[in-house]
Design a binder for this molecule. Sequence first.
Ligand SMILES: *Cc1c(COP(=O)(O)O)cnc(C)c1O
Length: 375
Amino acid sequence: MIPFVDLKAQHAALREELLSAIGGVLQSCEFTLGREVAAFEASFAEYCGTRHGVGVNSGTSALHLALLAAGAGPGDEVVTVPFTFMATASAIQYTGATPVFVDIDPRSFTMDPAAVEAAITPRTKVLLPVHLFGQTADMDPLMEIARRHGLVVIEDAAQAHGALYKGRRAGSIGDMGCFSFYPGKNLGACGEGGMVVSNHPEAVQRMRMLRDWGAERKYHHVLKGYNYRLEGIQGAVLNVKLRYLEAWTEARRAAAARYDRLLAQADVGLPEAMAWGRHVYHVYAVRCAERAALQQGLAEAGIQTGIHYPFPIHLLQAFADLGYPAGSFPHAEQAAREVLSLPMFPELTEAQSAEVAEAVRRLAVPAQASLASVT
Ligand SMILES: *Cc1c(COP(=O)(O)O)cnc(C)c1O
């Protein structure tokens, strides 16, 4: 069986180092925030090319606090994309602001800058592009539009640790960048975790208070805050794993290059790495005409796959209140129908890649044939 993601391989390789790091926290008893978290905030911010990092308990909390620091609240609008994980839209709704969607560019799967202007109103406060699957959005035109309209830019970089846009790290281009350290992400905790990176000292100060009950110091609560602290054990684990992130990213990119080569003749659409940056392949998603059949065929061949994401946010029952009918965002809707994520993790071997590619070549049918079969 070839798993979709193999966390066991990663943890087997790091077992001794991780146990020793966790042992250090058992010794210090700094279980929430503390020195390991502070050290990780400093090194991850440095890795991203930003001055500050605010460690929190999930990527969702990172988005929520960044939006609060941007001043988003009831009556405000936040422009984002419908082709993403639901956390992006939920975090907007946590603040009381309204998510306003714009379609994606079908080649990069990220926010289409040409669609943004029409979505901006006097209520728009934040532009929130998502660096989906490990590739950044086209940030230059997005930043230009945001600056012209006085919008705060928050990057959802939960899938893009180490990705580059014209030489700059994901998360460092807008005003704030939000990361998730959910175990399956490119840099994952042994549990939940997240971080906001930023160069704005006032926003950072505000988020540091908000994650810890709005307190300036103990019991001096100057804001209505949250319990969003990053755990000490996760900080210690992430300090170990950060040292491997670049090697893991190169391994992902090598695995993606193997798929690109082996699937060049297959009847699937391959993911496009845009010229503007470095794709870190959190997800390797192909497009296929008969997705259900291909996914089932692969499962029967012992190959696990995923779908990121089967429904665009605006068509989820949970977001029906936003009132977007089907057909509102054709590129997002088509992507949701067609994408299939192949096994992708740093330890994926050449033999495993070859086996996956052989099965995809054998099972995928051309778009034409699938069209003929329904008419
Ligand atoms: C994972 C993810 C999140 C949420 O992160 P959690 O740590 O699971 O809360 C937000 N946005 C995107 C695009 C994600 O992939």
